[in-house]
Design a protein around this ligand. Structure first.
Ligand code: BEZ
Length: 221
């Protein structure tokens, strides 16, 4: 189990692009590490195809992406051809590597298992986990989806935008926020501190409590 703010575990891994040491591979980038249940399964094919299409967006944000499952690397390499055909991503080199952990050790260590779905050997498959790791290798987001529900990777990009913005500026991002939208002044800042930081000011929303804690400000540049 890794908590938010902990260093994400480092490990040696076999991938579709050769052997790696995770932390070395991440280097100075952010990283999306995401798991899926199995090669040659339908929902997984749609998800990995979508991630392949979104790689330019992740790259713009200095973020590398790596997949993970407990399949053999040869199966994953064969499956990549199906993903490319399905998603119409037409590149000789698939745009991100997939870790092949036939030992299942990382899945067990990180708790990435879905007991509701079993593989052909009767073992729980890997669930659909997403971890966002920052440039200091710290875990910044962790979500687990069940094997039967495909994820929305536009949401993962949105969270990455929020994390990168809130690392730079003392704001938080409200419900359904997307890059460019208004933000919230952090509740931990006094009005005096906020005045120094937000020259465009903020608007306070009136609420029955009369407490002035909902302070809306344009996204800082
Ligand atoms: C799928 O990718 O379609 C899938 C994989 C494992 C369990 C359920 C669905």
């Amino acid at each position: 189990m890794v908590n938010l703010g902990d260093e994400f575990p480092n490990f040696n891994a076999d991938t579709t692009a050769g052997k790696i040491v995770l932390h070395n591979w991440i280097g100075d980038s952010w990283c999306i590490f995401f798991s899926h249940p199995n090669a040659f399964t339908p929902v997984c094919t749609t998800e990995l195809g979508r991630v392949a299409q979104l790689i330019p967006e992740f790259s713009k944000r200095n973020c590398k992406v790596i997949g993970y499952s407990c399949d053999a690397v040869d199966d994953q390499i064969k499956w990549i051809e199906d993903i490319k055909a399905y998603s119409k991503v037409d590149s000789d080199d698939f745009p991100f590597p997939i870790i092949a952990d036939a030992s299942r050790s990382m899945a067990v260590q990180l708790g990435m298992l879905d007991p509701a779905e079993k593989n052909k050997d009767g073992l729980p498959v890997t669930c659909r986990a997403v971890y966002i790791i920052d440039t200091d290798k710290k875990l910044r987001l962790s979500i687990l989806y069940p094997a039967t529900t495909g994820r929305n990777f536009s949401e993962i990009l949105r969270v990455l935008d929020s994390l990168q913005l809130t690392d730079q500026k003392k704001v938080a991002t409200p419900v359904d926020w997307k890059a460019g939208d208004n933000c919230m002044v952090l509740p931990t800042l006094s009005d005096e501190e906020a005045r120094a930081l937000f020259p465009d000011g903020w608007k306070t929303v009136d609420v029955p409590s009369s407490l002035e804690y909902i302070r809306i400000t344009p996204q800082p540049k």
